[in-house]
Design a protein. Structure first.
Length: 449
C-alpha cells in the first residue's frame, strides 16, 4: 500500500488536478492521498496559503478584507469551474472563512491557524468530489476523522503518538481517501497547523500510521538534485539517499522535502520516493534507511545555507578552565538561543547559530558573556554561510576532504571553519556569504565533473 502526497504546484489548477487523479487512479495501491493547498501557477503567482495569511493580516489590522477574500474564492472557483464540478462548495468555503473570522478574531493564533488550514481543507474536498463525479469512489476525510490529533501549539503542531492507532484504521477503507495536509486537531478540538510546507509531515504521519510500503511525495521536479539548480545548471538527480543524508542536506537548504517529515518514517523504515507529477514515469529519488555506497559518487549532495552568525571567543588557557563553555552555553540557553555548531581550539571557541536566533538579543548576550566569563577577546561575524558536503560513503573512501578543500582553495575561497562529525557523513565549512555560490560550484565541479 502506498500513501501519496501531492504538493501545491501539483494541485494548483484543474489541469494539474486531473494529472494527479490520473496518477492516483492508475495504481490500485495508491489508496490514501494527501493534498496541499493550491500553490503557484506561475513564477509570480501567490500560494493560496500566503493569500490566507494576507487575509488574516487584513482582519487583524481591522482593514476591509473582502477583496482579499474574493481573491481566495476566485482561486477555488477557477478550479471548480474548470473541472466542471457540480457543487455548492464555493458557498461553503465563503461561509467557513466568515465563520472563522467571526468566532476567532479575538484569538489571533487560533484564527491564523484556522484560516491557513482552509487552503488544504477545501482543495481536498474539491478533489474528492471531482474524482467521485468521474466515477471513482472517493471520500474526503478531515484530519480529525483520520485521527491526526496533535499538540496544541499554534503553527507548530506535533503529532501525539496516541494518534497512530486510529490512523492505522484507514487501511480498512475501500474507497480512495483524500486527506488535507498541513494541519491536525488538538485534543481540545482546535485546528493547529504544522510548520510551513507541513503537508509533507501529514503524509509521513499517515504513511507511518498505516505502515505503508512506500510514501510517495509528488512535486514539480523529478527528484532531489545533488546541488541547488539555481546555482548549478541541470545538476544530477540523486537516485538513492539515506534518511541521515537527507536530514543533513535539508538542514542546509535542500527544501524539496520537509526535514520534520523524516521523523515518523525513520523508526519503521518506510521508504520515501520524491516524484514529479508532470513526469510520473521518471524514477525519482528514493529516501531509504540503508543503501549501497557508490564509490564513484561518494558525495551525495552539496548544500549551502546563508544567514548564520558566529560568536568567536578567545581566552588564554581556556582548555584548563573547568566550566568555561558551560557558562557561555548557559547564557545562550537563558536567552532561549539554540546554536548549531561549536568548533573550538585550545584557547578559542566559536558558537554558530542562525542569525534569526539572535534578533533583538545580540547586544544583551554579548554583554553577559563579557561580564560573566572573563574572556580575553570577543568578536562577532555576521554574514556567514554554511556549506555542507554530505555522503555516507565519505567514511569508507580516503581523500574526500582533500578533494573538497583543494577545490575550495583553487577557487580562492577562505575557509573560516571546518567541522566533521564523528559519523563522517558530512563535512561542514563556514564561509563568507558572498562566496556561497562560488563554493557550491567549485565543489560540484570537483565531485561530479
Ligand atoms: N500549504 C502549506 C504551505 O504553503 C503547506 C504545504 O503546502 O505543504 O506552507
Amino acid at each position: 500500500m502506498k500513501v501519496s502526497k501531492f504538493g501545491g504546484s501539483s494541485v494548483a489548477t484543474a489541469t494539474q488536478i486531473k494529472k494527479v487523479l490520473h496518477i492516483v487512479n492508475s495504481d490500485e495501491e495508491r489508496r490514501i492521498i494527501i493534498v496541499s493547498a493550491p500553490g503557484k501557477r506561475h513564477a509570480e503567482d501567490t500560494k493560496a496559503t500566503d493569500l490566507l495569511i494576507r487575509l488574516y493580516e487584513k482582519v487583524m489590522n481591522q482593514l476591509d478584507y473582502q477583496t482579499k477574500k474574493q481573491e481566495i474564492l476566485a482561486r477555488f472557483s477557477d478550479i471548480i469551474d474548470e473541472l466542471g464540478l457540480k457543487t455548492d462548495l464555493l458557498q461553503k468555503i465563503d461561509d467557513t472563512l466568515e465563520h472563522h473570522i467571526k468566532h476567532l478574531k479575538n484569538n489571533p493564533p487560533r484564527l491564523l491557524d484556522a484560516l491557513k488550514s482552509s487552503g488544504e481543507n477545501f482543495n481536498a474536498q474539491i478533489i474528492a468530489a471531482y474524482n467521485t463525479q468521474q466515477g471513482v469512489p472517493t471520500i474526503y476525510l478531515s484530519p480529525k476523522d483520520a485521527g491526526i490529533i496533535v499538540t496544541d501549539e499554534p503553527e507548530n503542531a506535533q503529532i501525539l503518538s496516541s494518534s497512530y492507532e486510529k490512523i492505522s484504521k484507514l487501511r480498512d477503507i475501500a474507497e480512495k481517501v483524500i486527506i488535507p495536509g498541513f494541519f491536525g486537531y488538538s485534543e481540545t478540538d482546535h485546528i493547529v497547523t504544522f510548520p510551513r510546507g507541513g503537508s509533507d509531515i501529514t503524509g509521513a504521519i499517515v504513511a507511518r500510521g498505516v505502515k505503508a510500503d512506500l510514501y510517495e511525495n509528488f512535486t514539480d521536479v523529478s527528484g532531489i538534485y545533488r546541488a541547488n539548480p539555481t546555482i548549478i545548471k541541470s545538476p544530477e538527480i540523486i537516485h538513492e539517499i539515506t534518511y541521515r543524508e537527507m536530514r543533513e542536506l535539508s538542514y542546509a537548504g535542500f527544501g524539496v522535502f520537509h526535514d520534520e517529515a523524516l521523523q515518523p518514517l525513520y523508526r519503521y523504515r518506510i521508504p520515501v520516493v520524491i516524484k514529479n507529477t508532470n513526469r510520473p514515469d521518471d524514477p525519482g529519488t528514493y529516501i531509504v534507511h540503508d543503501r549501497e555506497i557508490n564509490r564513484r559518487r561518494v558525495v551525495t549532495g552539496i548544500s549551502c545555507d546563508k544567514g548564520f552568525t558566529s560568536i568567536n571567543i578567545k581566552k588564554y588557557l581556556m582548555n584548563r578552565q573547568v566550566g568555561f563553555t558551560a557558562k557561555i552555553l548557559k547564557i545562550l540557553a537563558d536567552n532561549e538561543v539554540s546554536f548549531d555548531h561549536m568548533p573550538s581550539g585550545i584557547d578559542n571557541i566559536s558558537i554558530i547559530m542562525r542569525t534569526s536566533q539572535l534578533e533583538g538579543k545580540e547586544e544583551k548576550i554579548l554583554n553577559e558573556i563579557r561580564s560573566q566569563c572573563e574572556i580575553d577577546e570577543l568578536n562577532v561575524e555576521h554574514d556567514l554561510a554554511i556549506l555542507m558536503v554530505v555522503g555516507e560513503g565519505m567514511s569508507a573512501v580516503v581523500g574526500t576532504a582533500n578533494k573538497i578543500t583543494s577545490a575550495l582553495a583553487n577557487a580562492g575561497i577562505n575557509l573560516k571553519m571546518i567541522n566533521q562529525g564523528s559519523s563522517e557523513i558530512s563535512m561542514m565549512f563556514g564561509i563568507s556569504t558572498k562566496e556561497a555560490e562560488a563554493a557550491v560550484k567549485a565543489c560540484y565541479q570537483n565531485c561530479y565533473a
